[in-house]
Design a protein around this ligand. Sequence first.
Ligand code: PRP
Ligand code: ORO
Length: 211
Amino acid sequence: MSNLRDLDYQEQLREEIVTFLYDVGAIRLGNFTLSSGNHSSFYIDLRMLQSYPLYFRKTISLLKTVILLGVGIDNFDYICSIPTSGTIFGSSLAYELFKPHIYVRKDPKTYGTQKKIEGNLVPGSRVLFIEDVVTTGNSLLSAVKSIADCTTHNRVVAIIDRKQGATEKFQEYNVFVDSVISIVRAIEILRNNNRISHEDYNTIKREMTKI
Ligand SMILES: O=P(O)(O)OC[C@H]1O[C@H](OP(=O)(O)OP(=O)(O)O)[C@H](O)[C@@H]1O
Ligand SMILES: O=C(O)c1cc(=O)[nH]c(=O)[nH]1
């Protein structure tokens, strides 16, 4: 927490996390089908971070910084994770920040409680959504809509926004999307550290407006 306003330290963390993700195969180049059905030449698998405590903690630390400085601890009542990957990060953040946690299932449970919203959400609450990767923003939007009737002044913090249209989509719903690592910066880091070629760098950059 002593490094909260130290931008150089945060940039160093970003660089460490991004190169680490590439080195363990959590950022990959290839042919991938995305959750939206779209195709992509790269994939960011942040679920891998749960298996690496040091880098998981570095990521949580960056998320905390963005939340404390960009959102403000008193400006939200709940943390809501987007399953399943978002819950890895959202539940840890809620614990660290001493905030109540909920998550919104993609589909309601078909047995037991048959719930879609897990946890106890008090109507009228201000919710901070935590997502790992935002691409089209559809997964997030579905969760935002599911609890729209009982929430107000919602915010989103993602780890990586792939910059493929989600920010614009959320403006319409008056929801502001922040991210901890910009995809533009991530590919710059990978290029500067000789992880990807200039050609791959350009291919990824072109995708940001293509999908
Ligand atoms: O912005 P979008 O176009 O919706 O794509 C991003 C979503 O896709 C991934 O989830 P996925 O559907 O793979 O599910 P998972 O978290 O259960 O792995 C990711 O964790 C986001 O939730
Ligand atoms: O759009 C997706 O489904 C997606 C893209 C990505 O890079 N990483 C991920 O977990 N999901």
